[in-house]
Design a binder for this molecule. Structure first.
Ligand SMILES: [Fe+2]
Length: 189
């Protein structure tokens, strides 16, 4: 933490304004959550200048990764759309593609959990398009990793411990926990 997010792009705020009512519950939760994820993502980039990451893009994508939740049925976070919550990544990606933000859209669609494989989408019969939704670029992986540390319920700003994250991931899949651990070696402090 501690990286300076000042003077970064205002693009996320412009997109938020279009789709969220300022001051609404959804707006407040999303903005706070996304700021936590963006702060951690940018801090990782700042620790690794040798990776030559696109810092501005990383910030924007982290701020926008959950933009699609507004289309989903998640009243606890102020979202009253029709779609199941698991669709928030692809719906956010559709929305960002309409805005011409193709790279940001990929971060959206590839950030659920530690990414969703085509096999998992088919086996679990998830209501998602049948394609790989696994983060590929370093920026995509960093947003996905950083997002694991923050919840959208309870204390939004509390950073989860790696043990707690692993516990959650293991409930569904040991492979997911291993993937997180590999990221943690790469991106952790
Ligand atoms: Fe998130």
């Amino acid at each position: 933490m501690g990286s300076d997010l000042k003077n970064l792009s205002t693009l996320p705020k412009e997109i938020y304004k279009k789709y969220y009512k300022k001051g609404s519950k959804a707006y407040e939760i999303l903005l706070l959550h996304s700021r936590c994820v963006a702060t951690l993502a940018v801090a990782i980039a700042d620790r690794h200048p040798e990776w030559e990451l696109d810092r501005e893009f990383l910030y924007e994508a982290a701020m926008l990764h959950d933009i699609g939740v507004i289309c989903t049925d998640a009243p606890s976070i102020g979202c009253t759309g029709d779609a199941p919550y698991i669709m928030h990544g692809v719906l956010g990606a559709d929305l960002l593609r309409k805005e011409g933000l193709m790279r940001h859209a990929l971060v959206c669609e590839r950030h659920t959990g530690v990414g969703l494989t085509l096999q998992e989408i088919i086996q679990r019969q998830l209501p998602l398009p049948a394609r790989e939704m696994v983060p590929i670029s370093l920026e995509e992986q960093i947003v996905c990793y950083a997002d694991c540390f923050y919840s959208k319920s309870g204390d939004l700003m509390e950073q989860k411990t790696t043990e707690r994250i692993l516990q959650g991931l293991r409930k569904r899949s040991e492979d997911d926990a291993v993937k997180f651990l590999v990221w943690h070696k790469l991106f952790g402090e």
